[in-house]
Write a protein that binds this ligand. Structure first.
Ligand code: CA
Length: 575
């Protein structure tokens, strides 16, 4: 039996996303003045779609589906509680609307999570109802009018302004703010806690009580008494009385890896299991709390600084793991200084979270990879908001001057160019989005157009059916890449060598094809935008091979003592 089509699922999921992003507005993919309405609308459509599809998959009632969805959510971060609160508040209306065979778009417009502003187009994810939209909406409103639960009035879209949610919002915001990592001294930036900018993002601290102990520093008195740089190497060889750090690391030219990046560098990832009703189970959301406290990023699996083995089955490793393998003295020396929404223009607002002491620390390889947000935005007309080559030049020069005054002498900086994002549309537009797979009703073309309509697309310029716009976006990206290249070939700095590398996505697709893969398998399925884990690993591989060939001095020497270090210190204390 075919029951009503979509529905969504987890109000709380999106609700939390909303709360969460509003806790760190400066780095959201979109300036905060922009359409917070749009995010709430997407959240509603997503959650209602999940409920509707769970009804269909389990042939159950709407009530049961909502309860099922809440039961899948973890207790942490009030996720389950919030879900039940939301169900109690909106459940009765959602039940009536879905039982009347109305879809998620209609439900969310009726409940005013989505709104059509005067003079603005109607934003919808699913095909429009057969009857006129106005007629359908009027019908839907009559259905909920009879409902005694519709007592709330929502004049704005801030879900936290709802009285029954305000308290929970407050608690979550406080929890997030209290644990935000920006502190005074460099060594306080290292943590023994994984998320909230902890060791998922930069090498785990090995002595939280001592400010002079942190990954990346030159060893203090050859680490005879303690592991001052957290690389797991310390003490004295009883056979000859030589400190191990001296014996194994002296002259090995240790170095750290630091990424200045955006959401791609931080590995933004929404697991498709979270929004796929047919695969949803108790196991689906176990990683949701950690992901939320990492801003939906998974830097521990990123191409530059990932330290966990890839979940993709690829044998390639991150740049950090390769540097560590090359010289075990580099253990734990990684920093992922990336933000969602970061670009050349806003890097200055968080570059101070980079930790490197010019006098005390080892040199570093710094990768500058702002690969999209200078041309990507969600505006109706995205072109005027793109960074111009002149603006790029001036901000990048500022960044480089900052680095010159903070990096130890002998460091290396690599500027990454921007990719040509036309592969997104070319490879995805006629494929089904995870929300559209069950009923074959939402392609990426629909999904992109919904995001553009709400003005919340991460990249209107490339995620668009308008070929001219896609071409313009690629042209600007190319101009910006040329500017970066020009900077790298013309500018000199005292404390680092400067290089430029193309971000050639075609090369990565070619490599993937050779292994029997398809290009669409390299893109995050839920957002239809970010490079996924496989793409990031292939990109890291490309970087490594080119650096080895062209600039081997950047990677340093192979340490002949690696094997002995492993024999004496095992895994060196893990990550
Ligand atoms: Ca050490």
């Amino acid at each position: 039996m075919k029951s009503p089509r979509k529905v969504l699922m987890v109000a709380p999921l999106i609700f939390l996303l909303t709360v969460h992003t509003s806790a760190s507005p400066a780095y959201d993919d979109q300036p905060s003045t922009r359409h917070s309405n749009g995010h709430v609308c997407i959240g509603c459509v997503l959650v209602v779609s999940m409920i509707e599809q769970l009804v269909q998959v389990h042939n159950s009632t709407v009530q049961t589906s909502m309860e099922r969805l809440c039961s899948y959510l973890p207790e942490k971060l009030f996720l389950k509680t919030t879900c039940y609160v939301v169900v109690r508040m909106f459940g009765p209306d959602i039940i009536k609307l879905l039982e009347a065979k109305l879809n998620a778009d209609v439900v969310c417009h009726t409940l005013k999570f989505c709104k059509q502003d005067p003079g603005q187009p109607l934003c919808h994810l699913y095909p429009l109802p057969k009857e006129a939209w106005k007629f359908t909406l009027t019908k839907a409103r009559q259905i909920v009018k009879k409902s005694p639960t519709l007592t709330y009035s929502r004049s704005d879209s801030d879900i936290c302004s709802l009285p029954f949610l305000a308290k929970i919002c407050q608690k979550i915001k406080l929890a997030i703010e209290n644990s935000l990592p920006f502190k005074d001294t460099d060594s306080d930036k290292y943590s023994v806690f994984p998320t909230l900018r902890g060791y998922h993002w930069r090498g785990r601290d090995c002595n939280d009580n001592d400010k002079m102990v942190y990954p990346g520093r030159r060893p203090d008195s050859w680490d005879v008494h303690q592991d001052s740089n957290c690389n797991g190497i310390w003490g004295v060889d009883p056979k000859d009385g030589i400190p191990y750090e001296k014996k194994f690391c002296e002259g090995s030219q240790p170095r750290g890896i630091i990424l200045l990046g955006d959401s791609a560098g931080a590995h933004f990832h929404i697991p498709p299991e979270w929004i796929t009703a047919s695969q949803m189970s108790l196991k689906s959301f176990f990683n949701l709390p950690a992901a939320l406290t990492d801003e939906l990023n998974w830097p521990q699996l990123s191409g530059a600084t990932g330290f966990l083995n890839s979940t993709s089955g690829l044998k390639e490793n991150s740049i950090y793991l390769r540097l560590r393998k090359r010289n075990r003295c580099n253990h734990r020396d990684y920093q992922n200084i990336s933000r969602n929404g970061a670009s050349s223009q806003n890097l200055e607002s968080f570059i101070e979270s980079l930790s490197r002491n010019q006098l005390l620390d080892h040199p570093a390889i710094v990768i500058y990879a702002m690969i999209g947000n200078d041309v990507c935005n969600g505006k109706t007309n995205p072109v005027p908001a793109m960074t111009t080559p002149e603006k790029l030049f001036s901000k990048v020069m500022q960044t480089l001057q900052y680095l010159d005054s903070h990096l130890p002498n002998g460091s290396h900086v690599i500027l990454f160019g921007l990719p040509d994002g036309t592969f997104l549309w070319d490879n995805l537009h006629n494929r089904y989005h995870p929300l559209g797979q069950l009923n074959k009703d939402v392609t990426y073309e629909h999904f992109y157009s919904f995001l553009n309509c709400l003005q919340v697309s991460p990249c209107h310029g490339w995620m668009s059916s308008n070929r001219t716009l896609r071409t313009l976006t690629s042209e600007r990206a190319e101009q910006l890449s040329s500017t970066l290249k020009r900077i790298a070939t013309s500018q000199k700095f005292a404390n680092f060598n400067l290089f430029y590398m193309d971000f050639d996505f075609r090369e990565i697709m070619e490599e993937w094809r050779k292994r029997g893969g398809q290009p669409w398998q390299l893109i995050e399925p839920v957002d239809g935008f970010h490079p996924n884990e496989v793409a990031l690993q292939l990109l890291a591989d490309g970087f490594w091979k080119k650096a080895q060939l062209q600039w081997p001095q950047v990677l340093g020497k192979e340490n002949p003592f690696n094997h002995q270090i492993e024999q004496v210190f095992g895994d060196q204390g893990g990550h």
